[in-house]
Structure formats: structure tokens, C-alpha cells
Design a protein around this ligand. Structure first.
Ligand SMILES: [Fe+2]
Ligand SMILES: [Fe+2]
Length: 395
């Protein structure tokens, strides 16, 4: 029979073993603490410790995949029935359940050398569907921090069959993982499906700042394109209205809505509220004023382009060039101030909890459909413009 079994089947079976082990540990903890409901005849089969023989001794060789799926379902249903019954009898037992889950995690402690290895460990330990289900989408991956979003809930069925929400499933999982990672120097958190493993007690650079600095690089490249176009027009090239309108659209949707939007909604409010008068001056009377000046330049450039199309007079061309270059020069200085002063200030002064909240807001922003479409459309347009005007990644 074992000739049909591959590594993925053993991999899944180990996850089922861990799930059943957690349920057994919860039952044992409940019995020690005299949780009466565990003696109910309705739970008689569920409270018995589960034996997990070697996979090749029990699997249905003719239908390995189906057998494993059914086994996952029975492990999750058993866990849901016990947890639901325990909490129905006394809702305050949630702390005891978490304690049992954490202690079980401690018994299964692992050694990991960095956050990426810890993520892999969880991937190899927790039931989360088949790899092809792509239940988790990675949003950040480095040795110090790995972040992902759970885009699908594959555990809800066991709880909804009992008329319950499965939030408790994830709370117990979080407690168990904190036990597994105890002593590794890495911590795990799960806030509504936004999960983070990060190095404990270390001040990390902000994910939100990394994202925004990458956007600065893209905007800087478009400013170089604008500069080339303006020089070309001064040297006698025709005005390509269609192309300029697409560039204005890039500036408004990628540069302003997507990039300034994150600064204005996520990072800047937190800096103003947490970092006092210096941050307030820097942002309210500096960065936000410059965002508005940039919007004015773009509106006036568009008006000049409209007028030039109606009547190609030199004065309209002059207004167009003046405002496009006014914007390009303003934004270049603005980006340098943010990279060197504002973002550094945030990284150095915000506390870790504030940083993580801003990072999370930024991750939520990035995964919205509008943000995904903006990145897709406008970054491919930027690439085409860079190729056309001979701008390289290193410029
Ligand atoms: Fe800005
Ligand atoms: Fe910026």
C-alpha cells in the first residue's frame, strides 16, 4: 500500500496528528479541571484520546486523497464539538482552553533560525487546506519578519455546522503557536487573518516605509520621463496629448491616490498623534502642503494642455511646461525630504505597536482591489515610458 503514498500524504498526516494531539490535550486539561460537560455521553467518542497509527497502516490505498480529506474533516469536527461544548457550559473557559493550547505548543517546541524558517514550520504543522488552495498569501518575507493574509477560511464548516463562529479555532491556534515558538526569539500574531511572525524585542524597519520608498523610486522614474518630454518639447518636438494625459493619470492615480493616499491615511496621522509638535510641523505644514501644491501643478498642467489642444498658442505650451516641471521639481525635493527626514523619523521614534498598526493599515490598503489594479496598470505604463525615454532602473 505504501507505494502509493508520497511525501505530501505524510506531510498532511503529521498536521492531522498535531490537530488531534491538541484536542486530546484540551480534553486532558478539561478533565483535570473538572469540566463536567466532558463526561456527557454525547461526547463519549470525542473525548477518547485518538490513536494515530502509521499512515500506511490505516490509509485507504485506493483513495488516499479522499481518505486524508475525510480524516482532516473528522479531526476538525471533533475539535469543534469539544470546544463548543466546553464554552457552551461556561464561556469564561476560553482562557483555560488557550492555556491548554499553549502548553501543548510548548510540548512541541521547535528550533528555528529565522522568521522564514518559523513560517515554514507553521506551514508544515497547521491544517490549512492543500498547497494548491493557496489559503495564505504572503505579503512580506525576510529573515526578521514574515507576514501573510489568510484569504480563505477552510475551518469554518466544522463550527458553522454547530451554529458557531470559528474565531475560537484561530485563537487556540495562536496560543498553540506561541507555545511552539517560545524561546525561539520569534513571535506569532493573528489579527483577523493578518498574520505576522517577527523577531521579538528588535526594532525593525517599517514595512510601510519600505513600500513607500519603493513607490518613491517609481515616481522618481516618471519625473525623469516628464523632464525628458519637456526638454523634447523645448527642442521642437510635437506635444503628444494622449501620452501626457496618461502621465497625468499616472501622477493622479499612482502618485497621489495610491502613494500619497497611504501617507495621508496610514503613516502621517500616526506620526502626528504620537510624535508631538515636531512631527505635526513637519507633516501638517510641510508634506501635506506640498501634496496640495503638487495637485495644483497637475490641474494647471491639464488646463494648459486642454487650451493648447483647442488653440496651439505658445503661451499655453509655456504654461504646460512650467507646471509639469514645477511638479517634477517639487516632487523630487519632496521625495528626498521624506526618504531622508520624515520616514527616518517614523522608523526611529514610533514604538513597535504603532509601527505594526501602520504596517497593517498599509497591508490592508495594498490588498484592496483598487490598489492591485493601480499597481498593475500604472507600473506597466511606467515601464513602457522608461523604455521609450531611455530611463534605467539605476537612474
Ligand atoms: Fe508625501
Ligand atoms: Fe511620498
Amino acid at each position: 500500500m505504501s507505494k502509493f503514498l508520497g511525501p505530501i500524504h505524510f506531510w498532511l498526516y503529521r498536521k492531522i496528528q498535531l490537530q488531534e494531539g491538541l484536542t486530546d490535550a484540551i480534553v486532558a486539561y478539561g478533565k483535570e479541571n473538572n469540566w463536567n460537560v466532558l463526561s456527557d455521553s454525547a461526547l463519549a467518542d470525542d473525548v477518547k484520546p485518538v490513536e494515530m497509527p502509521e499512515l500506511d497502516a490505516v490509509v485507504d490505498g485506493a483513495n488516499i486523497h479522499g481518505w486524508l480529506q475525510a480524516r482532516i474533516g473528522s479531526a476538525e469536527d471533533r475539535s469543534a464539538r469539544i470546544v463548543t461544548a466546553v464554552l457552551s457550559e461556561d464561556a469564561s473557559r476560553i482562557d483555560g482552553l488557550k492555556q491548554a493550547a499553549k502548553a501543548f505548543g510548548q510540548q512541541n517546541k521547535a528550533e528555528v533560525k529565522d522568521a522564514e524558517e518559523a513560517y515554514q514550520l507553521l506551514n508544515d504543522s497547521l491544517l490549512d487546506g492543500m498547497p494548491c488552495d493557496n489559503v495564505n498569501q504572503l505579503t512580506e518575507k525576510s529573515a526578521d519578519r514574515v507576514c501573510w493574509t489568510r484569504v480563505m477560511d477552510v475551518h469554518g464548516g466544522s463550527y458553522s455546522a454547530l451554529g458557531k463562529d470559528d474565531a475560537v479555532y484561530y485563537a487556540l491556534r495562536e496560543a498553540m503557536v506561541s507555545g511552539i515558538l517560545e524561546g525561539t526569539g520569534y513571535t506569532y500574531s493573528d489579527k483577523d487573518g493578518n498574520c505576522v511572525i517577527k523577531k521579538a524585542d528588535v526594532r525593525l524597519g517599517m514595512y510601510a516605509v519600505d513600500v513607500m520608498m519603493e513607490e518613491h523610486k517609481n515616481i522618481h522614474h516618471m519625473l525623469l520621463v516628464v523632464d525628458k518630454i519637456c526638454c523634447g518639447i523645448l527642442e521642437g518636438a510635437a506635444i503628444d496629448s494622449d501620452e501626457l494625459r496618461k502621465i497625468i493619470d499616472f501622477i493622479r492615480k499612482y502618485g497621489d491616490r495610491h502613494h500619497h493616499g497611504k501617507e495621508e491615511k496610514c503613516l502621517f496621522p500616526r506620526m502626528i498623534s504620537d510624535l508631538g509638535v515636531v512631527a505635526d510641523n513637519l507633516i501638517t505644514h510641510g508634506m501635506l502642503v506640498e501634496h496640495d501644491l503638487g495637485r495644483d501643478h497637475i490641474r494647471e498642467a491639464e488646463e494648459a494642455l486642454n487650451l493648447y489642444e483647442q488653440e496651439p498658442k505658445t503661451e499655453h505650451k509655456l504654461q504646460l511646461l512650467t507646471n509639469l516641471m514645477g511638479y517634477a521639481n517639487l516632487l523630487q525635493r519632496h521625495i528626498e525630504k521624506e526618504n531622508n527626514v520624515v520616514f527616518t523619523f517614523a522608523n526611529d521614534r514610533l514604538d513597535e505597536a504603532a509601527k505594526e498598526e501602520v504596517n497593517q493599515q498599509c497591508r490592508d490598503f495594498e490588498k484592496s482591489p483598487q490598489a492591485m489594479i493601480t499597481r498593475e496598470l500604472h507600473l506597466s505604463f511606467l515601464k513602457r515610458m522608461m523604455e521609450k525615454y531611455g530611463i534605467s532602473e539605476d537612474d
